[in-house]
Design a protein around this ligand. Structure first.
Ligand code: ZN
Ligand code: ZN
Length: 348
């Protein structure tokens, strides 16, 4: 098969690789239909997350059709379309049973191999899905491919950010960063009953999308943006800021907009070693800081509900469809935000 592999900093290649095979009775093999490129794929791409083994297949967002199921697989069968979250999960350990599937003791992250161990990614023609019964979710026929590819990460992660922020009726919120995850965080806040959601970004296309999702778009970093939010909250600041970027700049912007007693919720993958605000500043704000990887598998049924509600144009988060063979160019396009790129999906 062909797969898009990591070859070093900002170097990818479309390579011929052996087809994946069943390695455990609980595995399935899928034929990939669509694979997403995620903002967090850019961390290993730039080696901000170091140690990814050269030759590893990239990616952790996929929709595919089961072509082979191990003898221990009960809920899935060949021919079924499935969506897969970015980590595997067993379904029966403490963390799986309490809904924190992203911390499953048997879980592994797709697209991360180090020292000969770990899982291949999903930007390939075929992929092996371990612990398939608990990991994969069957995709109903009324869901399109562009919607289904968002079920395993983008949608649940954005909704999870709104959970962390405890968005509720009457609340006023700010979403920092209007990439695909930020858009879904807007959806989560509005579903929670938010009175107003302000969406901050510096890219005009992303702000237009944020408005389509129902937020008030504001240019990040402009003094008027801050004063607009302060005016709307009697000078207090927002009840919660939903930080969906993962950079020190986004973190300090979020901190600055939260009212005393409010919450800074983040699902951005941070790679810096320190907070951009001090423990003392957090104390002085009575800040609640909530953070973490989304338990995507646990959130997939609700993500499906959001798609089915047709309240938000979720598939509009995808700006580009490119063939897998153009993978290296697709990463560059996405990384440099060329051609108004917000998200790319690859088709084998
Ligand atoms: Zn992702
Ligand atoms: Zn588990």
């Amino acid at each position: 098969m062909r797969g898009l592999t990591f070859q070093g900093k900002q170097r990818l290649a479309v390579e011929r690789l052996p087809d994946p095979r069943l390695e455990a009775p609980t595995d399935v093999i899928i034929k990939v239909e669509t694979a997403g490129i995620c903002g967090s794929d850019l961390h290993p791409y730039h080696e901000r997350e170091a140690g990814l083994e050269h030759g590893t297949v990239m990616g952790h967002e996929v929709v595919g059709v089961v072509v082979e199921a191990g003898p221990g697989v009960r809920r899935l069968r060949a021919g079924q379309r499935v969506a897969v979250p970015f980590t595997t999960s067993c379904g029966w350990c403490y963390y799986c049973l309490t809904g924190l599937t992203c911390r499953c003791v048997h879980g592994q992250l797709f697209g991360w191999r180090q020292a000969g161990r770990g899982l291949q990614g999903l930007q390939a023609e075929y992929a092996r899905i371990p612990l398939a019964d608990a990991t994969a979710m069957a995709v109903p026929e009324d869901i399109g491919l562009d919607e289904a590819v968002l079920l395993g990460d983008v949608l649940p992660t954005g909704l999870f950010c709104a959970d962390l922020a405890e968005c509720r009726p009457g609340g006023i919120y700010a979403v920092i960063g209007c990439g695909p995850i930020g858009l879904m965080a807007i959806a989560g806040a509005l579903r929670g009953g938010a009175d107003q959601v302000y969406a901050l970004d510096s890219v005009p296309e992303r702000l237009k999308l944020a408005a389509r999702f129902g937020a008030v778009p504001l240019r990040a970093g402009e003094p008027e943006t801050r004063s607009r939010i302060m005016d709307a909250t009697t000078g207090r600041g927002v009840d919660a800021a939903l930080e969906c970027v993962g950079s020190p700049g986004a973190q300090s912007a979020a901190f600055d907009l939260v009212r005393p007693g409010g919450t800074l919720a983040t699902v951005g993958v941070h790679t810096s070693a320190a907070f951009s605000f001090s423990p003392g500043a957090a104390y002085d704000k009575n800040l609640t800081y909530r953070v973490g990887r989304c338990p995507a598998r646990a959130g997939m049924p609700r993500a499906l509900e959001v798609v089915r509600s047709r309240r938000f144009p979720v598939a509009a988060a995808i700006s580009h469809h490119l063939p897998l063979a153009d993978g290296p160019r697709a990463y560059q396009l996405f990384d440099e935000k060329q051609d108004r790129c917000t998200k790319v999906v690859l088709t084998p």
